[in-house]
Design a protein around this ligand. Structure first.
Ligand code: GCW
Length: 719
């Protein structure tokens, strides 16, 4: 007996020493250390009524059991008889008790995917009900309930209903069949195509758990720079195996379609969407896909963009291409997600304007079942972009939001950047499409134009690194995407707080400072990389580090100099009527706000104006001084982040503490690199001295320009 206890103790202490490698994400379920709370929860939760034996309800039950076992440190028995503290799991269809205990209007409010958490008295017993109209809702409810415990919230009384505001809540993996990940910084792809379909890594299940816990209900497995082989039988069988793992978690599988697939794998001479043989080929392909994956979510397509084939190769429009695929896919219940990230090499116009120019005229031409997926901003996932002018501009078309979780332009997986403030800034921007209060969020959730097909996607930051995302804090961006897709009214602060409490610790001494650090991290990064509306000034190709001087790219709009337009007079891209007039793509109210130098928020200044170096900013400083101020403040803030983190020593496990500490060290160096390189380079145009009091860069501009990174991660060849 003693021996067992010793080993148990040994095992526990061993686990606490070795287990904090980040693998458990925000689903750690460690025993609650606050004894009073532990006792309270224990007395409120005594047993679990066995759920119906369907895959999703059994999954929900297992999650609840293992979660409670961890959090309460004891097993909650399955017990059919109602007792004080019973938990009842199920849908009104699987349990008559639920229908009698939960008010019908609450169930109605939960809709198809939502859930109800309800405490009630049934046959004289205090019970907790976790329910939804569909089984996936029950699972979401279980995860929400476990979150309440993990974050030390009260669980009695509960009368809480929650339903997602957005229908398709997706991750987009830019994963190639050779397991390289385009713009991936967390190892190779988690999809081990070679061993699929027979070898099902435990990670696939944990991936599904993590996604379901935040309401993500679909995953696009493959890169939008697509490989036609994805749609061959060999790979469909592999994708079907993943779909099988994900199904109980309410997660559908989607794939990317290469537009030229009929030629490459179908032996046709053309991929012209108006050619009957091509249409027939896609119909048969869709039938085949659905024979393997009956609940297949649909196809995501990047066409006529950055060298990808598309309908324009045949003189057809994006709508022609999307509609052909929709005719094949929608009869099976799937959707076609067509990306609006296009810019043509031949079009000499401002790259900002190209997606709008191509897509706006197609509004109303897309078939039912097609969504157009639009990046949050007009260029390309920069640290700060104004909202994309297509939002609010295509009333007849369901527009889906595309964010980038992977930090292609945000310091890779080395910089601590919490992206929720970026996401919410865009969602809250007012498009004025139907007058004031026509926020981007309402264009995405369907309320602005009355669409029922709605979606939000995040380009995944997941790889096979033990901690999934490379940086322990990058997990928060995955988490935030799911939470905001479910409910975009949540604040970045609220999401950060619940993530920290589950992922690290509940102590206020930790939560407070770390939350503040997360919330300011995005602005800090903007300051040391692209302040005042600068954009696209990173290294060429790999996108690592600063290279505002670069002008050797094969096309003008891949060059930083194209975007910042520094000259002896000033800095910034004039997108007013006097310049490219991109502002005309916005509603008048927005165009006026940004178009007037006096009213344009300074955060967006250089997006829209070419501003003289000695222009007086609101602070009283000149543009040049303000630019220096921002770069130096940004780099200094990283120093402060390190200090904050150092103060957290001892409050969490040593392993993750040390990892973050080292990463912040790199971030500080790289912030100084960005600052020095950019200030020295822009100084060659402003010809003004560094304002007094700033430490001089310790290297020359030539030094920064000479740096080369042939093996920077994330380029990802699609072999
Ligand atoms: O940001 C750019 C990336 C490309 C990516 C492209 C896109 C998948 O640099 O790597 O290609 O966007 O979104 O299609």
């Amino acid at each position: 007996m003693k021996k067992t206890a010793f080993f148990f103790f040994f095992f526990l202490s061993f686990c606490s020493l070795c287990a904090e490698d980040g693998y458990r994400l925000w689903l750690r379920y460690d025993k609650i250390s606050d004894n009073a709370l532990l006792q309270q929860y224990s007395s409120q939760l005594s047993s679990l009524l066995p759920a119906a034996s369907t895959p999703t309800l059994q999954t929900a039950q297992q999650e609840l059991q293992s979660g409670l076992q961890g959090l309460l440190g004891k097993q909650i028995p399955l017990q059919p008889a109602l007792a004080n503290g019973s938990i009842i799991l199920g849908t009104p269809a699987t349990s008559s008790l639920i229908a009698s205990v939960v008010p019908a209007r609450q169930l109605a409010a939960a809709g198809a995917e939502g859930f109800v958490l309800q405490t009630a008295v049934s046959s004289g017993k205090n019970v907790t009900v976790i329910t939804g109209n569909k089984e996936a809702g029950v699972l979401y409810g279980v995860f929400y309930f476990l979150r309440l415990l993990q974050t030390h919230q009260s669980i009695r009384p509960l009368a809480f209903t929650s339903a997602p505001k957005i229908g398709l809540r997706l991750l987009n993996h830019w994963d190639n069949l050779n397991r390289s990940v385009e713009r991936g910084y967390a190892g190779i792809s988690i999809w081990d195509w070679h061993k699929l379909p027979d070898y099902l890594d435990r990670r696939y299940t944990d991936y599904a758990r993590a996604n379901a816990s935040i309401g993500i209900n679909g995953t696009v497995l493959t890169n939008v720079n697509a490989n036609a082989l994805t749609l061959t039988k060999d790979y469909l069988v592999k994708a079907a195996a993943l779909a099988h793992v994900f199904r109980p978690y309410g997660i559908k599988v989607y794939l990317t379609a290469r537009f030229s697939a009929p030629i490459e794998i179908g032996k046709l001479k053309t991929a012209d969407p108006l050619d009957p043989a091509v249409q027939q080929w896609w119909k048969q392909k869709a039938d085949e896909i659905y024979s393997y994956i009956p609940d297949f979510g649909g196809l995501l397509v990047k066409a006529n963009s950055e060298g990808q084939p598309g309908p324009q190769n045949y003189g057809r429009t994006h709508a022609d291409g999307a509609n052909m695929l929709a005719d094949a896919i929608t009869p099976h219940g799937g959707v076609v997600i067509w990306r609006a990230f296009v810019y043509s090499n031949e079009t000499p116009d401002d790259r900002f304007k190209q997606a709008y120019n191509e897509f706006k005229p197609l509004d109303g031409k897309f078939r039912k079942g097609v969504l157009v997926q639009v990046k949050n901003g007009p260029i390309d996932f920069q640290p700060r972009e104004p909202f994309h002018p297509l939002f609010g501009a295509m009333p007849a078309t369901p527009l889906m939001m595309e964010y980038q979780l992977t930090q292609e332009y945000l310091g890779f997986a080395t910089h601590l950047v919490y992206e929720a403030p970026l996401f919410t800034e865009v969602l809250q921007a007012d498009t004025y499409a139907k007058g004031k209060r026509s926020e981007v969020a309402s264009a995405i959730d369907g309320t602005l134009e009355g669409h029922s097909l709605t979606g939000m996607a995040g380009v995944a930051n997941i790889g096979n690194d033990r901690n999934w995302c490379g940086h322990p804090f990058a997990q928060a961006n995955w988490y935030a995407l799911g939470r905001l897709a479910w409910d975009h009214d949540l604040s970045a602060a609220q999401i950060a707080e619940e993530w920290i409490r589950q992922t690290f610790a509940n102590q206020p001494a930790f939560v407070g400072p770390v939350k503040a650090m997360m919330l300011s991290s995005r602005e800090t990064m903007v300051n040391y990389m692209t302040p005042l509306g600068l954009h696209h000034i990173m290294g060429y190709g790999h996108h690592y580090g600063p290279a505002p001087w670069y002008n050797q790219a094969p096309r003008a709009d891949w060059n930083p100099v194209y975007f910042h337009k520094a000259d002896s007079l000033g800095l910034g891209f004039d997108r007013t009527a006097a310049g490219s007039n991109a502002l005309a793509q916005y509603k008048d109210e927005v165009a006026r706000l940004y178009g007037n130098l006096q009213t344009c928020p300074e955060a967006f200044l250089l997006w829209f104006h070419h501003v003289p170096w000695n222009y007086k900013m609101k602070s009283g400083r000149t543009l040049w001084e303000e630019l220096c101020y921002k770069y130096y403040t940004g780099a200094d803030s990283v120093k402060q982040m390190r200090q904050t983190w150092n103060g957290m020593k001892g409050l969490i496990d040593e392993e993750r503490f040390a990892q973050v500490n080292m990463l912040l060290g790199i971030q500080e160096k790289e912030a100084i690199w960005w600052r020095n390189a950019c200030v020295l380079y822009f100084q060659t145009f402003s010809r003004m001295p560094l304002p007094a009091g700033y430490e001089k860069p310790d290297q020359s501009l030539e030094y920064y320009q000479s740096l080369r990174f042939p093996y920077a991660p994330g380029i990802g060849g699609n072999l």
